[in-house]
Design a protein around this ligand. Structure first.
Ligand code: SF4
Length: 322
């Protein structure tokens, strides 16, 4: 059984950590609650950090005269853009290595997308959506680090992808600290089936980087691999590639009864149809790995990309195709 180290994740403080929303409320999140024992969360509330206080008059994103988003507080007629951008710069510059961001959905500061953008007039309804100002700074400074909001993580595919990303990157942190080609080869080998399920083309590109036929220095190889790794895991595993990996795994178990194989193939169909998450057929193979002592598959992260406890989070059933 693989022992997972805790990934470091910056989280909006109002999600399960503090009553710091503009109205003094806190946001409940089953996902964050379950992640807490397995993650080193670094909570931050950008609006409190710039001195807005709790409770406070709400702020909103307004399209500035030049079209750039601004953070505006209508009740006090105050523009907080410079304070927010300054705080974001200082805070993000001082971070240790982090594996992810988990931000409050639709917030004018933390929202990654679908944040209401108001016109630059005293009255008027929002006509478009964009990002909060802190989230914009995160995206600009950390383009290769996973970023999600707590609302999207109620969707099982997005959650699986995000957890896979942050726990894989946490393993990467240790491998990068070793920095040898041997460590890189072992990392790539362990994640081979996982990468195949997420993005087979990227997996082959990463394989070429590891092979290093051009004889590049180790640091360059590591930098290229890290950049490629983020791209490889950027989107949820495709149903087809993941099914190919699972069917490939089935070939390692000649001892199975036909009823067991049939049950497994049915779960693959359920996964293909979007009725169950990837973890369902994967769990079946994992039980066979233990039962038959299949060492090669036991070492593959595909079968357990993140801690077991996080697989069972109940799903909202919303937005499966996001
Ligand atoms: S969304 Fe961000 S700025 Fe707003 S209360 Fe939560 S942590 Fe603070």
């Amino acid at each position: 059984m693989f022992t997972f180290e805790k990934p470091r994740i910056i989280v909006s403080k109002c999600i399960e950590f503090e009553h710091c929303r503009w109205n003094g409320m806190i946001i409940a999140s089953d996902v964050v609650k379950l992640m807490k024992p397995h993650v080193e969360f670094l909570p931050v509330c950008p609006e409190v950090e710039i001195g807005l206080g709790v409770p406070r008059e709400p702020v909103r994103v307004v399209a500035g005269e030049d079209g750039a988003p601004r953070l505006y507080q209508p009740a006090t007629d105050t523009d907080w853009t410079a304070e927010m951008q300054g705080f974001a710069h200082r805070f993000l510059s001082g971070l240790p290595e982090v594996e992810g961001f988990l931000l409050k959905s639709r917030s004018p500061s933390c929202g990654i997308k679908e944040v209401k953008v108001y016109p630059n007039t005293p009255q008027g309804m929002p006509r478009k959506t964009g990002s909060g100002l802190f989230a914009l700074a995160v995206a600009e400074r950390f383009p290769d680090t996973p970023q999600e909001d707590e609302g999207r993580l109620t969707n099982f595919r997005l959650r699986e992808t995000y957890l896979t990303q942050v726990f894989t990157l946490r393993e990467w942190r240790d491998v990068a600290a070793v920095g040898t080609m041997g460590a890189l080869v072992r990392f790539h080998t362990r994640h081979k089936l996982l990468l195949m399920a997420y993005n087979e083309v990227a997996m082959r590109d990463l394989g070429r980087i590891v092979a290093n036929h051009g004889g590049r220095p180790d640091e360059e190889v590591y930098a290229a691999y890290r950049a490629g790794l983020s791209g490889a895991l950027a989107r949820p595993a495709g149903h087809g590639p993941a099914i190919n990996v699972l069917q490939h795994a089935l070939g390692y178990f000649d001892e199975l009864a036909s009823a067991e194989k049939h049950f497994f193939l049915q779960s693959l169909e359920d996964f293909r149809a979007g009725r169950v998450p990837l973890s369902v057929p994967t769990s079946i193979v994992r039980s066979w790995i233990v039962r038959f002592g299949q060492e090669y598959l036991a070492g593959q992260s595909f079968f357990q990309p993140y801690p077991e406890d996080l697989v069972q989070i109940s799903d909202s059933g919303k937005g499966r195709d996001l």
